[in-house]
Design a protein around this ligand. Structure first.
Ligand code: AHR
Length: 503
């Protein structure tokens, strides 16, 4: 079987916003406690943050991290997480049926962001609370001083404002599971008024309004239309979420699911344009895909805890999906879709970063290691910055329950003009066959192969563990060749590849 991919220097989709490779940390399970924060750990720094985790996050070059939720934020009192640690209250978290000691709050999280070299993206509680809490939190976080909340921040040890630009107006407000769930009109009004107040404080903020929790919500896509009709001129992004699963064990169908993701983005992009036209607005709203990942491996084991059968534990193991090799392919496919739709998806956050449906796992008092999905996220974040190329792809296809004519070869391409490289991220979805693929670099001069990384595994269910952390890992490919401006590579069945050319 053969496929061809043609990239042309001038045929581009968009400049990629670096924040396409963001992530997310929620006060959920062990994401914070024994994830990023474990004061008794051997590697803990002076703030109680695990340095082994900081090092892994740094490797990923995560540009932005959303915090503190998630469902958690919809009943969160941000004031519980400030001031002397010994005075902070333990609260019951209604979203995940756990308790939270509040030993980590905005100060500790911001210091951690500085340690890993990332920006904060903060969510306000529009579930159990509203506009007033949001404006106070904003003043605490961003006002230099001379007001009630900013002076409190200074008294709590932080003179300079945190200067957070990106703010989420609540989380998944369309979901009946959300504390303080609202109809689209109720939420749209509240989001509009909250955005107005936040902009009155600082008109340069970037505000994100909640879209649908997934494309199967009964209110989708009417939710987006109604919410944007209320908020279009006050917000910059609409947030979407999507999680992928292969409960049926049907690999071909699982690997076709990013076609659904593509449709979801296209539909919401259409709704944005519809509202823009209706409002006769010049302004463009974009998509913040601020929760995405594979999430299904842990769902069964979490049921008892979420039903409240274990009381209100602090930082229990929750949503601890152990990812396998098949999920490497899925994450590669999702990231390819985001790169191809970087014209409308400006921000995206893999959910989440540590322990909770995450690329990084830790053992309390023990090791930290890379899950299988660490690698496609790593490659995209590190080498996927620049301009997304509009590739002409010619690949044999297959039909799956979820979509017809799914190309076996799924590929995205990024031109980094500064670094003088072109990088292709390619997945061969074929279950049994290699595909000889030619990548043409039209309009680029003096191309040479810089690197070729391959991920394959004999066992789709292979995982990484603390004891065997490198079971699924990339290796250097040896079979790529170049003739003129054409790179030829044989892509083995069920493989993920990164092909980099110097141009
Ligand atoms: O990321 C896990 C959860 O998934 C988040 O808390 C919520 O927003 C979504 O439903």
């Amino acid at each position: 079987m053969k496929a061809t991919v043609v990239a042309h220097r001038d045929y581009v989709i968009s400049q990629i916003d670096d924040r396409l490779y963001g992530s997310f940390i929620e006060h959920l399970g062990r994401a914070v406690y024994t994830g990023i924060y474990e004061p008794d750990h051997d590697t803990a720094d002076e703030n109680g943050m695990r340095k082994d985790v900081i090092d892994l996050v740094k490797e990923l070059k995560v540009p932005v991290v959303r915090y503190p939720g998630g469902n958690f934020v919809s009943a969160y009192n941000w004031e519980d997480g400030i001031g002397p640690k010994e005075d902070r209250p333990t609260r019951l978290d209604l979203a995940w049926h756990t308790s939270d000691s509040n030993q980590v709050g905005i100060h500790e999280f911001s210091d951690w962001c500085d340690s890993v070299g990332t920006e904060m993206m903060l969510a306000v509680n529009l579930g159990s609370r509203g506009l007033d809490e949001a404006r106070n939190f904003l003043e605490y976080v961003n006002h230099p001083g001379g007001s009630k909340w900013s002076d409190m921040r200074i008294a709590n040890g932080r003179k300079e404002p945190f200067n957070t630009k990106l703010w989420c107006l609540g989380n998944e407000m369309d979901g009946p599971w959300q504390i303080g769930h609202k109809t689209a009109d109720e939420y749209g009004r509240l989001a509009h008024e909250t955005a107005k107040a936040m902009r009155a404080f600082d008109s340069s903020l970037e505000l994100i309004v909640c879209g649908s929790s997934n494309a199967h919500m009964p209110t989708y896509p009417e939710w987006e239309a109604t919410v944007l009709e209320h908020t279009y001129n006050e917000v910059d992004y609409i947030s979407l979420h999507m999680y992928f699963e292969n409960r049926a064990g049907d690999t071909a169908n699982y690997l076709a699911q990013n076609v659904e993701l593509d449709n979801y983005i296209a539909t919401v992009s259409g709704v944005i344009d519809y509202v823009k036209a209706k409002k006769r607005s010049k302004k463009q709203v974009y998509i913040s895909f601020d929760e995405w990942n594979v999430w299904y491996h842990s769902k069964e084991q979490d049921k008892a805890l979420l039903a409240g059968n274990h009381g209100w534990p602090h930082a229990p193991a929750l949503l601890e999906d152990i990812y396998n090799f098949e999920d490497v392919l899925q994450v590669g496919l999702i990231l390819n879709t985001f790169i191809r739709r970087s014209d409308v998806v400006r921000i995206a956050c893999i959910a989440q970063l540590v322990n909770v449906i995450a690329p990084i796992m830790t053992a309390p008092n023990g090791a930290a290691w890379r899950q299988t999905i660490f690698y496609p996220y790593y490659f995209a974040s590190v080498f996927g910055r620049g301009t997304a190329l509009n590739l002409a792809v010619n690949s044999p296809t297959y039909d799956a329950p979820v979509a017809d004519k799914v190309p076996f070869i799924d590929v995205s391409g990024v031109h980094d003009a500064e670094g003088k490289t072109v990088t292709f991220f390619a997945v061969n979805r074929h279950l049994t066959d290699s595909i000889e693929t030619e990548f043409s670099l039209a309009g680029f001069e003096d191309a040479e192969i810089l690197d070729h990384q391959v991920m394959t595994h004999a066992d789709l269910r292979a995982v990484n563990t603390a004891e065997n952390p490198d079971n699924v890992a990339p290796r250097k490919g040896s079979g790529a060749s170049i003739k003129g401006d054409v790179v030829s590579v044989t892509l083995p069945p069920l493989s993920y590849q990164v092909i980099r050319a110097k141009v």
